[in-house]
Design a protein around this ligand. Structure first.
Ligand code: 0A1
Ligand code: ZN
Length: 882
């Protein structure tokens, strides 16, 4: 729980540490009541530190200090002082060893930070500041140390004892205990420390690196999960090979371990050579896991593995630089996933997330630049801005520099900074030095928050055969940043003529060398208003703008319907084809919002465009599926303001019903054609086929003839994989099909022994848009399978309801707002990180209609009135009420 006055920490106050730790020796005695931690730290004064008193200040919280010695001599009480989260020791030498014994209670640790217990095993989570819950330490990422870790525990309960690096000792002790010793030769900050002790089974494999070194790979899980490790193992090996090929990065130890745990606040953690994973991001098998689940496992395994270089070998100087490792690593895992599956699909999924969650964050009370200037609680800054926008910023560098110079920049960055804790500036500088490009203005992406808006207009002059694009940029104010300077925005463009994309010539500058046909160009937009004149343009083109979503901006261009339909049909850029369909979808839903219920008729040209998609066998099925899905409610809430949740929902449903009716036969044909009895593979071609089939199913369930209504039940009863089974269950439940209660019951009977499947069962019910779902959610919280201490269950039930089920969350009496406030208050006492993430939907109150605003603020105020709020929840609530 927080101190009386939560403190804001500023980037401008960064100072180097006064002391450095060369060596960290830890000994853990794990027992059922408590754990005793002995640490021996080899410290010396930092030669770069500013002169000051010989006083050492260590971080530590919720620790019981049992003993403290300097160079073997007890430290007298009057020389030491514990206050808040620190231990001060006066009169320390320039170089010394500090021995410290603390006692901690992992069994009582519900915050899932530091050392805690999950399903009977001990495990750790130290990023960002969890290590201070284990022992007194300089818990900051710029203090890097070589670790040796000894673990002692009862053999029968904890046969597996793991830490970072190489195993150097494993031996039996008396009284049924045993011990292992681990040595990690790579100096690392404390946030990368990990320990695991439990009764675990493992799946093993090995990988030969490009220089011929053998690496042992192990995935540790509970015995019952041994059959769900293959996909993670394959993904790991693919990621290791890919990082060698694409970034020249070889793995650096002889062992790489992954451990799966049930109770975990995030997806996974990149601890050096001992990655700890949320079970939801590592376990997968066809019967229990959807295609999306398989893809998530592949992406997260790769993400954590890639951190070994972008994060561990080169780490962050301070937590303001978090996006240095996260933005770069998300960019790397996105490249990897594109290479493993469909690049366009991956891009569309990433952009969808960015344009809903990140744009909303950027427009809300917690908006921050990818390198924030200040924070109260760093745990609140593991955000879509740091991760996803951070990745977009790296992607823009890749676009501006081109793949070769970008690779040179990345090589230089790793070579220059290997073993160091550095800043975003160091990354940009390496890119600048390697490419010779001036990235001065580009750096604003690191310091300015908010989503820039680009207004583009096109003008064709037939006489001079020129086409002029006028581009204006403007970035809205965000908290603490009223004025914004123009940014350096890479705007990828093409001009479409009747027979395809035109050759581009921009006042003498040739087209983007990356496209061999000279039809695409990346414009450097750097001023508030700029004109780009293309020469030798023989016909009036349709501009294809922001190709591949070349920058994280909002784009306005006043396209005609005809132009959008043409882009959707024939743009060679898959992202722009999809985006044109989204613009048409938004327009259709807007029209349905203003039409009265009986008079609305769906636009014929949209129906024709969808019919053409459904009938064309040559198209990528996954892209067809994505294009057929109307803009999500979350995206509509970004583009239609103020947000009339119920109006948007009703209009979107009206359009869906109308499309389903008009396209019934071709949807049915598509459904049948894509139903296959091939053995399940989580590979792109099959995933695409299932995605199209299940998209068709969702539409067909809106038609009330017997053939359509029979489809979901038949699919539910016969499906052999979770993707099809869950799609069928969702269709039954969300449409209140007569079979839905029985289907829910049967699903639970079949899968009650699989927590990850039960979570999907919770989620299907929580996201049901039918009235009365709030009551269902409350009832499900009393279900024996629900456990408020498990973050996955909280996310599946409460999180999914509040964040995804907008019509029910925003029910007009405000009951769901109060429900969320109550859950946040309760959770804040056990797990502040989860509490503060859960409350995010309330913080967006400014976007909604006045009645909703008042009720949402009431709920926030009721949280604010709680006397002992954590700093996590305090920061989010107080900033959102400002
Ligand atoms: N570095 C991890 C994310 C992570 C962050 C914080 C955690 O606990 C509070 C756990 C994991 C990643 O990017 O995967
Ligand atoms: Zn990460």
């Amino acid at each position: 729980m927080r101190d009386a006055q939560p403190r804001t920490i500023y980037l401008k106050d960064y100072r180097e540490p006064d002391y450095l730790i060369d060596r960290t020796q830890l000994r853990f005695e794990l027992a059922e009541e408590s754990t005793v931690v002995d640490s021996v730290l080899t410290l010396r004064r930092n030669p770069n530190a500013e002169p000051g008193p010989a006083e050492l200040t260590l971080h530590g919280t919720e620790l019981e200090l049992l003993a403290l010695e300097i160079d073997g001599q007890p430290v007298a009480q009057e020389r030491r002082r514990i206050s808040g989260e620190t231990l001060h020791i006066e009169g320390v030498p320039d170089a010394f060893t500090l021995s410290c014994r603390t006692q901690i209670r992992p069994q009582e640790n519900t915050s899932l930070e530091g050392l805690y217990k999950s399903s009977g095993m001990f495990c750790t989570q130290c990023e960002a500041e969890g290590f201070r819950k284990i022992t007194y330490y300089l818990d900051r990422p710029d203090v890097m140390s070589e670790f040796e870790v000894e673990i002692v525990a009862e053999r029968s309960r904890y046969p597996v004892l793991l830490s970072n690096g190489n195993l150097t000792v494993a031996e039996e002790l008396e009284d049924g205990r045993h011990r292992t010793v681990w040595h990690d030769p790579f100096p690392k900050p404390a946030y990368l420390f990990a320990l695991v002790a439990g009764d675990l089974s493992r799946v093993s494999d090995c990988f030969t690196t490009c220089s011929g070194r053998e690496v042992d790979l192990h995935i540790y899980v509970e015995d019952k999960d041994l059959d769900k490790c293959d996909h993670a193992m394959t993904s790991l090996k693919n990621a290791m090979r890919w990082d060698e090929k694409v970034y020249g990065r070889e793995y650096d130890l002889d062992i790489f371990n992954i451990v799966a745990v049930d109770d975990f606040n995030m997806g996974a953690m990149e601890n050096k050579s001992l990655n700890i994973f949320n079970t939801s991001c590592v376990l997968a098998k066809p019967e229990t896991t959807t295609d999306l689940g398989f893809q998530r496992v592949e992406g997260v395994v790769a993400h954590e593995y890639f951190h070994n270089w972008s994060g561990n070998r080169v780490t962050c100087r301070d937590w303001f630089q978090l996006s240095l490792k996260e933005g770069f690593t998300v960019f790397r895992d996105a490249q990897f996933s594109s290479d493993m599956g469909s690049a366009t699909v991956k891009r569309v999924e990433d952009v969808s997330l960015l344009r809903t969650a990140q744009f909303a964050e950027d427009a809300g009370p917690m908006a921050h630049p990818i390198r924030p200037d200040s924070f109260i609680e760093i745990s609140n800054f593991y955000t879509v801005t740091i991760y996803e926008k951070g990745a977009e910023v790296v992607r823009m560098l890749h676009t501006l520099l081109g793949p070769e110079d970008f690779r040179r920049g990345s090589d230089l960055y790793f070579e220059r900074h290997d073993g160091q804790a550095v800043t975003c500036e160091d990354f940009v500088k390496a890119m600048e030095d390697a490419s010779g490009r001036d990235l001065g203005q580009f750096r604003l992406w690191y310091s300015q928050a908010g989503t820039p808006r680009l207004k583009v207009a096109g003008y064709y002059d037939a006489d001079s055969e020129t086409y002029t694009l006028t581009v204006q940029q403007q970035c809205p104010p965000t908290p603490g940043q009223a004025e914004k300077a123009p940014m350096h925005i890479p705007l990828a463009v093409a001009l479409l003529g009747e027979a395809g994309a035109l050759r581009l010539e921009l006042d003498g500058t040739p087209a983007d060398p990356e496209t061999s046909d000279n039809t695409q160009m990346v414009l450097d937009v750097t001023e508030s208003e700029q004109r780009f004149v293309f020469n030798n343009i023989k016909e009036e083109p349709v501009p294809s703008l922001l190709r591949g979503f070349s920058a994280p901006v909002k784009l306005d261009y006043d396209y005609s319907r005809q132009q959008l339909l043409r882009l959707m049909r024939s743009d060679s850029d898959g992202f722009c084809r999809w985006d044109a369909s989204q613009v048409l979808g938004v327009a259709e839903i807007r029209r349905a919002m203003t039409a009265d219920a009986d008079s609305y008729q769906v636009s014929e040209d949209l129906v024709d465009a969808f019919r053409a998609l459904l009938s064309d066998d040559s198209l990528d099925k996954a892209m067809v599926a994505l294009t057929l899905q109307l803009p999500s409610e979350a995206y509509l809430a970004e583009v239609i303001e103020p947000v009339d949740v119920h109006g948007i929902y009703r209009a979107r449903e009206a359009v869906r019903y109308a499309l389903a009716e008009s396209l019934r036969d071709v949807l049915m044909a598509c459904y049948r054609a894509n139903t296959s009895d091939e053995v399940y593979r989580p590979e792109a071609d099959q995933i695409a086929q299932r995605s199209l089939k299940n998209t068709a199913l969702a539409y067909l369930m809106l038609c009330d003839d017997d053939e359509c209504q029979g489809l979901a039940k038949a699919q539910f009863d016969s499906s052999q994989n979770m993707t099809d089974r869950l799609s069928a269950l969702t269709a039954l439940v969300h449409n209140l099909h007569p079979y839905h209660t029985e289907a829910l019951w049967r699903f639970y009977q079949d899968w009650q022994h699989e927590p990850l499947v039960v979570n999907q069962w919770f989620q299907v019910q929580a996201t049901n848009r039918q009235p009365g779902t709030l009551e269902t959610v409350k009832e499900l919280m009393a279900h024996p399978a629900f456990d408020i201490r498990n973050p996955n269950k909280v996310r599946a039930l409460i999180g999914a309801f509040c964040a995804q089920n907008t019509v029910n969350f925003h029910q007009s009496d405000g009951a769901a707002y109060q429900f969320l406030a109550d859950q946040v208050k309760q959770l804040d006492r056990s797990n502040p990180q989860i509490a503060s993430r859960l409350l995010v939907p309330l913080t967006k109150w400014r976007k909604y209609l006045p009645g909703a605003q008042t009720l949402m603020k009431d709920a926030l105020n009721s949280i604010m009135a709680v006397p002992e709020l954590s700093s996590d929840v305090f920061e989010v609530v107080s900033k959102s009420l400002q």
